[in-house]
Design a protein around this ligand. Structure first.
Ligand SMILES: [Zn+2]
Length: 131
């Protein structure tokens, strides 16, 4: 059985390798779709949707919402960003693709068995990570 919950958050990033507009610090309203998989218990439930929501909010949405995500090798931001502002350091460039993997890894560590993570960076652009 698969269960999906959908979230939205606002996040800033820049892509230090990019040759176009994405080189600049900018933001998106992201849509996140998390699908987990599991067997139903004797009551016909895999996990309470409220528990699923809390795990995703605590480990992903509240961490990224209104944060600036900075690639650890981005020398420009690492040397100039006011670190007292809410930020998250990533081990890789904060592309939509890498954001999917980051979310999946964190949610697996939090105990969810992830089937798929979808990140909509704009209403017409999404990345899909399927395990
Ligand atoms: Zn962007």
């Amino acid at each position: 059985m698969e269960l999906t919950k959908i979230f939205s958050f606002d996040m800033a990033h820049r892509l230090s390798f990019h040759k176009g507009k994405c080189w600049n610090l900018h933001g998106h309203t992201y849509r996140l779709e998390v699908t987990l998989t599991g067997d139903e218990d004797e009551n016909g439930m895999v996990i309470d949707f409220n528990e699923m929501k809390k795990i995703i909010m605590d480990n992903v949405v509240d961490v990224l919402d209104h944060a600036t995500v900075i690639y650890k090798n981005d020398e420009l931001l690492m040397s100039s960003f006011p670190m007292e502002l809410h930020h998250v350091i990533f081990p890789y460039e904060p592309t939509a693709e890498n954001l999917c993997k980051w979310c999946s890894d964190r949610l697996e560590e939090a105990g969810l068995t992830i089937k798929q993570v979808v990140i909509w960076e704009t209403p017409s652009s999404k990345a899909v990570y399927t395990k």
